[in-house]
Each structure stands twice: as C-alpha cells, then as structure tokens.
Design a protein around this ligand. Structure first.
Ligand SMILES: [Zn+2]
Length: 479
C-alpha cells in the first residue's frame, strides 16, 4: 500500500486514485526565462522518479507539466535582452527540453504552454466574475480572497496571519483587499497583450495552472505538485480559483519538494553560484546528478557541494560496473542453463527477492528514495561478492539479478544510455591493442590466433582490412 504525505492534511495518507489504476497528476513546471538550474532539476528528478515508481507499481500516469511562457519574469528578460517574449520563450524552452532529456527525465504526457491557452483562461476568469468571487478594476481582474472561506488551508494559515506577513503588491489601490491576487493584468506600454473583455492585457500566473490542469485532467486531480516555495501564494491561489469554479476539491494529494542550497564557499569548478545543469553535466554524469538528488528524501532540504558530487559519482560508477558485469554474465552463463543451484546461488536468489520486497517497502512509504537506494547499494555489494566467489555463474540466478537491476534502472532513471559510458576513445584504444596483439601472433606465425582475433572482432562489428602499408579498421558495415 502506497502512502503519501500531503501538504494539505499534513499527514501520511493511503494513496487512492479517483479512477482505479490511473493517476491524474499536474506538476508546476518552470518559467522559461533562463537556463535549467539545480533547483529545477531537483524538483524535476524527484517527481520524475515518483512517477516512474507509480508506473512500476502498475499505474498509468497522466502527467501534465506546464511551461510558463508569459509572466512578469518573462517580460523582464524580454526587456533586458531586447527581444520579444515569444522569442525568449522559444529559446529557453529548447534548452529546457535538451537538459531534461540529458537528465533522463521522461517527457510529460502533455506540456501545455500558457500562451496557447489564453482563451480558456479568459473563460475561467469570466466565470469567476459571474460567480461574484472576482472583480474587474481598471483593466485588471482580481480574485476576492474573502469570498473563499478556506483561503489559507494549504499553507495552514488564517487570513489574519497572511495579512500580517504581508502579501505581494499589497498597497495596490486597484485591489479591494490587500491579499487579493491578479487573475488578469492590464497591459503596460511595450508589453505583449491579448484582447479580453477587460481590454488588452495578459493572464496572471496563478490562473494558468488552475485552468490548464482542469482542462487536461478534470476538475479533481489525484496529485498536484511543485516546489515548497509554491505552496503560498501560488498553490493556495490555484485552490481558491479552482474550487470556487467547481465547488469540488481541486487535488487530493499535494506534494512539495524541499529546497536545494549551494554551499558557495566550497565551489572550485567554474560552476558559479548558480549552477546550471548544462555546465554541471560537463563534470558529472546524469546518473550522478540523479543519485545526488535522490539520496535525500524529496521533502528534505539538500546542500549542494562539489565534494558530495564527487563522492556520488564514485558510488554511481560502482553500481554501473556491477550492473554491466551482470549483463555480461547473463550472456555467458546461457550455456550452463541447467546447472544445479549451489548454496551461494540460493543465497543470492533469496537476497534478490528480499531486496525487491525491501525496495517496495521503502518506496511505498512516501517514496523514500533515500532508504530505497540504501537497499539497492547493499544489494549490489552482495551481487559483486557473488560474482567474485561463485565457481560457475548460474544462468537462472544471474537472470533474476539482471531483471531486478533493470527494474532499478527504470525506477530511478539510471543508465538510460549504456553506450555513453564507453567513450569512443576507450573503444579505439581497445581495438588498437587487439591489432597489436594480432601482429605479435602473426610475427610468431601463429596464424590461428591471428585469424581468431580478426574473426571475433568482425563478429563484434569491427572489420579489419590488411593493406600493404598498415591495418585499417572500421566500425561501419558499409564496404
Ligand atoms: Zn503552477
């Protein structure tokens, strides 16, 4: 049974979906006004892994993640860079997609963009005005938070506290009440605009997610997620709008990931104080970045240091080596399929079964990747021991292990691209070494070994061509 800690109820709850076997999930995506940084990556990796786990447990996950392409910060960058908002959005969006793919983040089922949903958003605002919970004021439209009794329920605060803390744009004379928030913003000179019943303007950020999530997933979502910094006011405001519109609960489980802080004093690589993912991946593999994020529970804070990253790179490389070695023996052990099981074999089979169970227990408890990964690394040490000790690698045993490793890779999103670990540089060195050895054999007139090397290489897809001056080799099959 999967249990989820929901920010709304502040307790662990049994996970039940509205429609059996289907998870309708909206995750607040980034504003595309800059490069993907560690904060984005932390959130994206955490939720990508939870999604992968739910899929592993048999759910079909309808995962919607928006890209905010029109908002105050988008306009700021467009002014700074002296080019249209759309152009800024297109460029950073393409970088986001690149970095997401590099981190092996699965694309969402749908990635809606705010600019393309302006009409639906305007319709939602019109309905809110009709219901008397929103009002127009000199070309702006505001949500009247006093009309939504439960305002503050997600961030667990009363309206008095919210006022005391101070709200964004509180002194704005166009508002009836300081905590009211903008659904529609009147165009300022030089800003992009869309026509609306209230004149030229654009959507407010909080309206985007509320409209797009219900459009693609229905009036009640199973999961709504985002960073902790979005709880107030963004998600609080989404709830106010959505529930005022439908009269139904907006989302059943609210998941929020913790912050990631950079220990700036300990940075020596030229990553800067604001680590962007593209630069980070010049020093570390995507799997190391994923492991770094996932070794901490998604709700807890993380401190980023290069030392910690270096350590994690070593850890993940070790896991890779054991998985690769296992794959190797899956092929090699095929010939002895019917061998009797030894005590060592039985021991590993049992450990595989137990590790599978333990991983599920860990992940079922609010997706505790930290405990789950501890199970994985303990297990990989056991496998490593087995590979060293076993007289014969038993096919049935190693197949079970290989299958479990595949599941682990799928859940944590590790080693999507096995080939990326074997650089062309390494391949080149290995081929040259074999050509040299073949030369040695031939000089000793050991034609048999010389031919064997040539034939085995050919079987591996590498063709040698003896020319009078030198030996050429090629990886392609073309003649
Ligand atoms: Zn959002």
């Amino acid at each position: 049974m999967i249990k989820i800690y929901s920010t709304l109820t502040r307790k662990l709850e049994e996970f039940k979906t509205i429609e059996p076997g289907v998870v309708k999930w909206y995750n607040c995506g980034p504003t595309v006004n800059g490069l993907m940084h560690l904060g984005h990556a932390r959130s994206a990796i955490a939720f990508d892994t939870i999604r992968r786990y739910l899929e592993y447990r048999g759910y079909k996950v309808e995962y919607v993640m928006n890209f905010t392409d029109i908002e105050d910060r988008m306009i700021e960058v467009s002014n700074q860079e002296q080019r249209p908002v759309l152009e800024v959005a297109e460029e950073y969006l393409s970088y986001f997609r690149r970095d997401m793919a590099n981190l092996n983040l699965k694309p969402a089922t749908i990635h809606p963009r705010a600019m393309l949903h302006m009409n639906q958003m305007i319709e939602s605002i019109e309905k809110l005005i009709e219901k008397g919970v929103a009002y127009e004021s000199d070309g702006d439209v505001y949500f009247d938070v006093r009309k939504f009794e439960e305002y503050g329920k997600l961030s667990n605060q009363k309206l008095e506290n919210i006022l005391q803390e101070g709200t964004e744009d509180a002194d704005n004379p166009k508002k009836k009440f300081p905590a009211d928030f903008a659904l529609w913003k009147k165009m300022k000179p030089g800003e992009p605009y869309w026509p609306s019943p209230w004149g030229k303007g654009r959507i407010g950020w909080h309206s985007e997610c509320s409209t797009m999530s219900m459009l693609y997933l229905g009036e009640t979502l199973d999961i709504h997620s985002g960073g902790q910094d979005l709880i107030f006011p963004h998600h609080e405001n989404e709830i106010a709008q959505s529930e005022s519109l439908t009269g139904k609960q907006f989302a059943n489980y609210w998941l929020h990931n913790g912050f990631i802080n950079i220990d700036q004093e300990k940075m020596s690589k030229s990553l800067g104080n604001f680590v962007n993912i593209y630069d980070l991946l010049k020093y570390y593999t995507p799997d190391a970045v994923r492991l770094f994020v996932l070794q901490t529970h998604y709700r807890s804070p993380i401190v980023f240091t290069e030392d910690a990253m270096d350590q994690v790179q070593i850890t993940i490389d070790r896991l890779f080596d054991v998985i690769l070695l296992t794959k190797n023996y899956v092929d090699e052990s095929k010939e002895m399929e019917d061998a009797d099981l030894t005590d060592l074999d039985n021991e590993l089979l049992e450990k595989t079964k137990k590790a599978k169970d333990d991983l599920i227990v860990a992940m079922d408890e609010d997706f505790n990747t930290s405990n789950g990964l501890a199970v994985v690394f303990d297990y990989s040490r056991e496998v490593n021991d087995y590979l060293r000790k076993a007289e014969v690698i038993n096919s049935a045993v190693i197949n079970e292990t290989d299958e479990f490793f595949n599941e682990i890779r799928e859940i944590f999103g590790f080693f999507e691209d096995f080939n990326s670990y074997l650089s062309i540089d390494t391949v080149e060195k290995l081929i040259k070494l074999l050509i040299e050895l073949r030369g040695e054999f031939r000089r000793e007139k050991n034609w048999e070994m010389g031919d064997k090397i040539r034939d085995d290489l050919k079987e591996a897809g590498i063709t040698l061509e003896d020319t009078p001056k030198r030996i050429l080799w090629k990886l392609t099959q073309s003649q």
